[in-house]
Design a protein around this ligand. Structure first.
Ligand code: ATP
Ligand code: MG
Length: 458
């Protein structure tokens, strides 16, 4: 289906079309360009998209958005990044969709995917329509406009992940997104390099509310120590503030969450006078929290809560963010929890708490946590109590920044500390026995996904 015609692109961006063409998708990463896409040639510090124009057309692009003379059908503008934002604004303006922005220090992609599944399920039943979402973690100054520019005109609901690592970024992005519903999943030390403290992070996340449409809903984590800051940030902009959590005064509250033998949770939630029980396929208290945020957003969107609950039962584990599988070890099998995609103190604790509940001997393969700035050593050492609470028998620690944790743990836990993932892969097989439960978690840059692939036998 046509997403944009050349004339529409020229109109939105103030550019000039070299020819008539139409596109079905948008991409700025030349590796991701597919048939019928618009290739946006962005100029970055390190690279210039214009160098990949020929490749983009060879991969089937129908047109390009360029800021230089170029071969092939294109729309020529002065600044292709500004033009991408213009396209995002035009996409946002031409749709009648309910738009939901999701931010937070942790849980953005998890909540975004769960919310997509819930809306998709509930809207299919009540009124058919397209539910749109950001792909992957495309949540920054280029990812958010890209996700908007990809939104089909007939979209009924859109879920957009919005991230930041500097103050002011969300204030800008939220004015592009203009959400009807803005969700903050959690505030925690993550991407902290550019912030003085957690309160400053809360303030920067609270910027999301500045772009709320009139009468829009702000969805805020009740149990966060920064709740009041977030509420204060939302008050001038939100028509409605909805808190979610376990505290008894939360608007959307988990009154019960029981761990089932499969690792799933059976959750009973209360939304005002309504009560909803559902099975949540993904284990852990952090997922209960994400699920409550999802239900709050589904309710604010006027979608069907019962069907959303069914979607939460069907969620599959996301690769690198909690996917589970059995790996063959020494004539038997070990349970692997793949959390290789990212790590910060909050998500480390959340997933060590999941490991704590698993049967069998507990092995933790923990890669260093990056982007933590000058408090890095303290944050690493500070994981010791969570590792011990998870009754970890062996901790395989990966990376230099793990040294402070190794130092504290060595007294109580068997510690193997290696400099990199290659060494971890060499050492791991010898550490595993059938029946073990293995948590694999570290910042993406540590490359523990390669260790996961090795365990999958790839
Ligand atoms: P990024 O900033 O990299 O885009 P994100 O905010 O999208 O991260 P997710 O990818 O959803 O975060 O989750 C990353 C990890 O954080 C998960 O694998 C899980 O371990 C953990 N996590 C998810 N939700 C929560 C939560 N509500 N609280 C704490 N940890 C969480
Ligand atoms: Mg993400």
């Amino acid at each position: 289906m046509t997403l944009w015609t050349a004339a529409e692109i020229a109109d939105a961006t103030g550019g000039t079309a070299s020819a008539a063409f139409s596109v079905e998708g948008v991409a700025f990463d030349s590796r991701e360009v597919g048939p019928s896409d618009l290739f946006v040639a962005l100029k970055g510090d390190a690279t210039d998209g214009h160098r990949f124009l020929a490749q983009a057309f060879a991969q089937g692009a129908s047109g390009a958005l360029v800021s230089e003379d170029a071969d092939g059908p294109n729309v020529r503008v002065d600044d292709s990044f500004a033009a991408l934002e213009d396209l995002a604004r035009a996409a946002r303006s031409r749709t009648a969709a309910t738009v939901i922005g999701v931010t937070g220090s942790v849980g953005k992609t998890s909540a975004k995917e769960a919310l997509f599944a819930a809306l998709d399920r509930s809207m299919r039943g009540s009124f058919p329509g397209t539910v749109h979402r950001s792909v992957k973690s495309y949540n920054n100054h280029t990812g958010v406009p890209l996700s908007l520019a990809r939104m089909p005109r007939g979209t009924r609901a859109a879920v957009l992940e919005m991230g930041m690592n500097h103050p002011g970024e969300l204030a800008h992005l939220t004015r592009l997104v203009r959400p009807h519903i803005a969700v903050v999943t959690a505030i925690a030390p993550a991407h902290t390099e550019f912030f003085a403290d957690e309160a400053a992070i809360a303030d920067a996340k609270g910027e999301i509310f500045q772009g709320l449409e009139p009468g829009g809903a702000a969805i805020i984590p009740f149990d966060s120590p920064h709740r009041d800051r977030l509420i204060a940030a939302a008050q001038p902009h939100a028509g409605r503030i909805v808190t979610f959590g376990t505290g008894k005064d939360a608007d959307v509250r988990a009154v019960e969450a029981i761990r089932l033998p499969t690792g799933a949770s059976f959750v009973t939630a209360r939304l005002g006078p309504r009560e909803l029980s559902f099975t949540l396929s993904q284990p852990g208290a952090h997922w209960v929290s994400n699920a409550l945020a999802v239900l709050a957003a589904v309710d604010a969107a006027g979608a069907d809560l019962g069907l959303a609950g069914l979607a939460l039962a069907e969620l599959g584990g996301l690769a690198g963010r909690g996917a589970r599988f059995l790996a063959r070890v020494g004539g038997g099998e070990a349970l692997v929890i793949d959390e290789s995609y990212n790590a910060n103190p909050a998500s480390m604790r959340a997933t060590l708490a999941v490991l704590a509940e698993e049967p069998g001997r507990h092995i933790a393969v923990l890669g260093e946590m990056r982007e933590l700035g000058e408090d890095s050593a303290r944050y690493h050492a500070g994981l010791a109590d969570a590792v011990m609470a998870a009754r970890v028998e062996t901790a395989l620690l990966v990376g230099e920044a793990m040294t402070p944790l190794a130092g504290v743990l060595e007294k109580t836990v068997r510690v193997v500390h290696v400099p990199d993932t290659a060494r971890a892969i060499e050492g791991l097989r010898d550490l595993l026995s059938p029946g073990d439960a293995v948590l694999i978690k570290g910042s993406n840059g540590v490359g523990l996904s390669r260790l996961v692939a090795a365990l999958r036998g790839q």
